[in-house]
Design a protein around this ligand. Structure first.
Ligand SMILES: Nc1nc2c(c(=O)[nH]1)N[C@H]1C(S)=C(S)[C@@H](COP(=O)(O)OP(=O)(O)OC[C@H]3O[C@@H](n4cnc5c(=O)[nH]c(N)nc54)[C@H](O)[C@@H]3O)O[C@H]1N2
Ligand SMILES: Nc1nc2c(c(=O)[nH]1)N[C@H]1C(S)=C(S)[C@@H](COP(=O)(O)OP(=O)(O)OC[C@H]3O[C@@H](n4cnc5c(=O)[nH]c(N)nc54)[C@H](O)[C@@H]3O)O[C@H]1N2
Ligand SMILES: [Mo]
Length: 765
C-alpha cells in the first residue's frame, strides 16, 4: 500500500517524516541528489535534552523586576514559573517601558535565522506583535550582507535581486570556459537556503561544469572550499586583500593595447574616474600587478596572466559573501563588479559576475521565481533603527551618533530588548563586549527552543516549539518546492509556538484580535498559501488549492524551470531594461556615494587597508589572520549539540585549522590543545595541521556554543576574538572576517571538561 508522504522543511533541506512505533523518524527527501545530514538528528535525545521546557525567569528579576539590574544576567539561577504568571509579568513590563520611556526604548530587531516555515517565522511574529504594541527600534540589513546590502543598490542592484537572478548552472556548464572565484564555492554553505532548501544542486552543478570542460581558479586563503571532482587551481591570497587583486586585474586589462571600452561606455557610468584611479592618474599609485602582489602575496605574473585568460575566455567571476563581511567590505564587491564590467561579459551566457555561487543553495537555480507566503508585519510607528551589527554600540552608547548610508542617526536608549529566533551570543563579534552591553537594559526577553548562550543571559525565557511540533508552509525563493510542513510530534515540555505566545501577551494588552485576526494556525496557513498562490498565478505558475497541497505534501515547481542568464535583458537593451541605480547603468563611479563625502568609502572602488590584516603593524603581535567561516556540520549555532556537529569536534571542542609552517613554528602538532588569543579575548580549540590553509591564516568555523570559564572560552567560539567595528561609515556592516590572533600550545593547564548544559535552576524562593 502506498501511503502519502509527510514532509518537514528546514533551512538545510526537506525531510520525509516516517512514524516508526509511534515516534517520528527523519529521512532525506528521496530525490535530493546531495541531501544535507545536518537535520537528521533534530529529534535525537542529545538535542532535546537542552530544550527550554517551561517559562523561566532569572531569580533576581523574578524578585525585583526591572529594578534587579542586569548585573546578575548569565550568572543567577532561573526559576520555572507558570505560563499565566509569566505572561502577566511580561505584559506588565512591556506596558511599563512604553509608558515610562516610549516605544523607542524597546529593541525588537531580533536578528537571526530562526527556523524554516513562513507562518511561524519568529521575527515576523515578533515584529507584527511589537508594531501593534506601539512600535520598536528595528535593525536593518544582515550579518550576512551588511556592506553589500547598502552598497549594491547604489551601483548595480539590490542583493535580493542579485541573489535571485544568478546565472543558472546549466548555462555555466554550456557556456562558461573559465570560472574564477574569490573564496571558493563551498558546498558546505550551499546546504542551506533561508526558508527551506530544496534539492541540493551545487555539488552536481560544480561537477557538471568541470566535466563540461570549465576551468576553475580559486583565489582564497584556504584551498578546500571548492570541490569540482577535477583539478582546481588554487591561488592563495592574504585575507581581506581581494580588492587589490581585482583592481590589478582591471589595470592589466585596461592597459592592453586592444582594450575594448565598448561595454563600459554603453552599460556603465564613471569609467573615467575608475580608470584614473586604477592607472594612478588620480592618486599617483598605479594599481599594477606588482603593487597588488605586495599586498596580496599573489605573484604579479599570475595576476597579469589571469587578466588575459579572463578576457580570452567566457568567464564567470564569483565572490563569496565572506569578502564583504570585513573592514571596507564594500570594496571587494564594488571592485568585482568593476572588474566584470571592464572584462565586458556581463549579460552574456556564462560570463559576468556573481555574488555569488556558494553562500546558499539558491544561487544558480533554474527554478521559477515568485512571491512566497509572508506574514504581514504591519507598520512600525517608531523611526529609530540601527544597522544590525551595531547592537553593542547602541546598548553601550545611547545618545551617540552613527552614520549610515549617507545620513547621521542617534542610538536610542534601550530599556527592554526582546529576541525571538536569533542567537546574538552566537552571531555578534567581540562577545565579551556584547556581554557588558547586554547587562545594560532593564529587561531582556528571549523566546527560544534551546538553552543557548543568549537564553542564559535573559531575564525571561519563553519555551518555543520546533518546526516538527507545529504546522507550517515551507518556501524559499527559487528552491523549486512548496512544502506542507505537518506537525510530526507533540510539543516538548510546556513549549508553545511564537505566535501563540505573542497572542497571549497581546490579549493582556488588549489587541489579541488584531494580532490573530481571529484565525487559528490552519486558518493562517490557508491565508498565506492562498496569497502566495495568487502571486504564483500572476507569474504563470499554477498551484493547487490549499486542501490538495496539504494532502499531497509537496508542490514541485521544476516543470517551470528555465535556464537563466543574469543581466541578459539589460545587455540586450539597457534603455528598455535599465538598472535601478540612479543612472540606470552600472555605476563604476557613484555620484551619490561620492556626495556622502566618506573617507572610507569614496565614489568608486578603492583599496583601503583593513583595520587588522597581515600587512599591518598589529600583525607583529598577532601574526595570524583568523577566518571564522560558516560551519559545515550545523547552521550557525543551531544543532551544535547534535551528534552530527559533535562528531566533527576534537575532545569536544571546535577544531582550528593551521598551516604546517605556522604550526611548526609554535611546536603545535595535530590534535594539540591550543589557545587562540588577542586583546579582546581567548578561547580553547584543538589544532588541525592542514596544508589546505595558507601560511598566516587560521580557520575556525563559527557556531560552537559560547561557554565562558572566567575569561577563557572553553568550546572554541571565535567570536570572543573577532572585532566589533562597522565595515565602514557607509554600511556599518559586520566585519567578522577582519581579525588578527596568536595561537599557542596549551601545556600549563588542564582544561575544564566541555559541557553543553541548561543553566542552574532553583525553586521559587
Ligand atoms: N565570527 C563570525 N560571526 C558570524 C559570522 C561569521 O562569518 N563569522 N556570520 C554571521 C552571519 S552571516 C549570520 S547570518 C549570523 C547567524 O546568527 P543567528 O541567525 O543568530 O544564529 P542561529 O544559531 O541560526 O540562531 C537562531 C536561533 O533561533 C532559534 N530558533 C530556531 N527556530 C526558532 C523558532 O521557531 N522560534 C524561536 N523563538 N527561536 C527559534 C535557534 O534555536 C537559534 O538559537 O551569524 C553571524 N556571525
Ligand atoms: N552549513 C552551513 N551553511 C551555511 C551557513 C551555516 O551556518 N552552515 N550559514 C549561511 C549564511 S547565514 C550565510 S550568510 C552564508 C555565508 O556565505 P559566505 O560568507 O560565503 O561563507 P563563509 O563560509 O564565511 O566564507 C566562504 C569562504 O570565503 C573564504 N574567505 C574568507 N575570507 C576571505 C577573504 O578575505 N578572501 C577570500 N578570497 N576568501 C575569503 C573562506 O575561507 C570560506 O571558505 O552561508 C550560509 N550557509
Ligand atoms: Mo548569514
Amino acid at each position: 500500500m502506498s501511503r502519502k508522504r509527510v514532509y518537514s522543511a528546514a533551512h538545510w533541506g526537506v525531510y520525509e517524516v516516517e512514524q516508526h512505533n509511534g515516534a517520528p523518524v527523519l529521512h532525506p527527501l528521496r530525490d535530493d541528489p546531495s541531501p544535507s545530514p545536518i537535520g537528521l538528528d533534530q529529534l535525537d535525545e542529545s538535542v532535546q535534552r537542552l530544550r527550554v521546557r517551561k517559562p523561566s525567569v532569572r531569580r533576581g528579576w523574578l524578585e525585583h523586576g526591572p529594578r534587579a539590574g542586569g548585573g546578575g544576567r548569565g550568572q543567577e539561577p532561573f526559576v520555572e514559573i507558570g505560563w499565566d504568571e509569566c505572561l502577566d509579568r511580561l505584559a506588565e513590563e512591556l506596558d511599563r517601558v512604553r509608558t515610562e520611556h516610549g516605544n523607542a526604548a524597546i529593541f525588537g530587531g531580533s536578528y537571526g535565522w530562526s527556523s524554516a516555515g513562513r507562518f511561524h517565522h519568529a521575527q515576523s511574529q515578533l515584529h507584527r506583535f511589537l508594531n501593534m504594541a506601539g512600535g520598536y527600534v528595528r535593525s536593518v540589513d544582515s550579518y550576512s550582507l551588511g556592506a553589500a546590502n547598502v552598497l549594491m543598490p547604489h551601483i548595480v542592484a539590490p542583493m535580493l535581486e542579485l541573489n535571485a537572478t544568478v546565472t543558472s548552472w546549466d548555462v555555466i556548464m554550456r557556456h562558461s570556459r573559465l570560472f574564477v572565484t574569490f573564496g571558493g564555492v563551498p558546498a558546505k554553505n550551499a546546504q542551506v537556503s533561508s526558508g527551506g532548501a530544496g534539492r541540493h544542486r551545487v555539488p552536481s552543478g560544480l561537477r557538471a561544469a568541470a566535466q563540461a570542460g570549465v576551468r576553475f581558479v580559486n583565489i582564497s586563503p584556504v584551498r578546500d572550499n571548492i570541490d569540482t571532482g577535477g583539478p582546481v587551481e588554487w591561488i592563495p591570497i592574504r585575507p581581506n586583500t581581494d580588492t587589490a587583486m581585482m583592481l590589478a586585474l582591471a589595470y592589466a586589462m585596461i592597459s592592453r593595447p586592444d582594450f575594448d571600452a565598448k561595454f563600459v561606455g554603453r552599460y556603465c557610468v564613471g569609467f573615467a574616474q575608475f580608470r584614473a584611479y586604477v592607472t594612478g592618474e588620480s592618486d599617483g599609485q598605479a594599481k599594477t600587478p606588482l603593487w597588488a602582489s605586495d599586498i596580496t602575496g599573489v605573484p604579479a605574473a599570475r595576476i597579469s596572466a589571469l587578466a588575459d585568460e579572463i578576457l580570452e575566455n567566457r568567464t564567470m567571476l564569483n565572490a563569496a559573501w565572506a569578502l564583504q563581511r570585513a573592514a571596507h567590505g564594500e570594496q571587494p564587491f564594488w571592485a568585482l563588479v568593476a572588474l566584470a564590467a571592464v572584462a565586458g561579459q556581463i549579460g552574456l551566457p556564462g560570463g559576468g559576475f556573481a555574488v555569488g555561487y556558494g553562500p546558499m543553495n539558491l544561487m544558480g537555480s533554474a527554478h521559477p521565481r515568485f512571491g512566497g507566503p509572508t506574514l504581514n508585519q504591519g507598520r512600525n510607528p517608531v523611526d529609530a533603527f540601527i544597522p544590525v551589527a551595531r547592537v553593542a554600540d547602541m546598548l553601550l552608547r545611547p545618545g551617540d551618533s552613527f552614520t549610515y548610508n549617507g545620513k547621521t542617526h542617534t542610538y536610542p536608549d534601550i530599556r527592554m530588548a526582546w529576541w525571538a529566533g536569533g542567537n546574538p551570543f552566537h552571531h555578534h563579534q567581540d562577545l565579551n563586549r556584547l556581554a557588558a552591553a547586554f547587562r545594560r537594559p532593564d529587561t531582556l526577553v528571549v523566546q527560544e527552543q534551546f538553552w543557548t548562550a543568549t537564553a542564559r543571559m535573559a531575564d525571561i525565557v519563553l519555551p518555543v516549539t520546533t518546526t516538527l511540533e507545529r504546522n507550517d508552509v515551507g518556501f524559499s525563493t527559487r528552491e523549486g518546492l512548496v512544502i506542507a510542513m505537518r506537525q510530526a510530534t507533540p510539543p516538548v515540555g510546556e513549549s508553545r509556538d511564537d505566535h501563540s505566545i505573542l497572542a497571549a501577551v497581546a490579549r493582556r494588552l488588549g489587541f489579541e484580535a488584531a494580532f490573530t485576526e481571529n484565525l487559528d494556525e490552519m486558518g493562517w496557513l490557508r491565508r498565506l498559501y492562498d496569497e502566495s498562490r495568487d502571486k504564483a498565478g500572476l507569474a504563470g505558475i499554477a498551484m493547487p488549492p490549499f486542501e490538495q497541497f496539504w494532502d499531497d505534501g509537496l508542490i514541485d515547481l521544476s516543470p517551470y524551470d528555465a535556464p537563466h542568464v543574469a543581466f541578459a535583458a539589460f545587455r540586450a537593451d539597457p534603455d528598455r531594461h535599465p538598472l535601478q541605480t540612479p543612472s540606470g547603468r552600472i555605476e563604476l563611479y557613484s555620484e551619490r556615494i561620492a556626495s556622502f563625502g566618506l573617507q572610507d568609502c569614496p565614489g568608486h572602488a578603492v583599496w583601503r587597508p583593513p583595520f587588522e590584516w597581515l600587512g599591518a603593524d598589529a600583525a607583529e603581535r598577532y601574526p595570524l589572520h583568523l577566518i571564522s567561516d560558516q560551519p559545515a556540520t550545523r547552521l550557525h549555532s543551531q544543532l551544535d549539540h547534535a551528534p552530527h556537529s559533535q562528531a566533527a569536534k576534537a575532545a569536544g571542542r571546535e577544531p582550528c585549522h593551521i598551516s604546517p609552517q605556522d604550526a611548526a613554528k609554535r611546536g603545535i602538532s595535530d590534535g594539540d590543545l591550543v589557545e587562540l588569543f588577542n586583546d579582546r579575548g581567548r578561547c580553547l580549540s584543538s589544532a588541525v595541521v592542514d596544508a589546505a590553509v595558507m601560511q598566516g591564516v587560521i580557520r575556525m568555523a563559527t557556531g560552537a556554543w559560547l561557554d565562558m570559564r572566567g575569561t577563557l572560552e572553553n568550546n572554541g567560539n571565535p567570536n570572543v576574538l573577532t572585532l566589533d567595528r562597522g565595515a565602514s561609515s557607509l554600511s556599518q556592516g559586520c566585519a567578522a572576517q577582519t581579525c588578527l590572533v596568536e595561537i599557542r600550545r596549551v601545556e600549563d593547564m588542564v582544561p575544564q571538561p566541555v559541557s553543553y548544559a541548561a543553566p542552574p535552576f532553583v525553586r521559587r524562593p
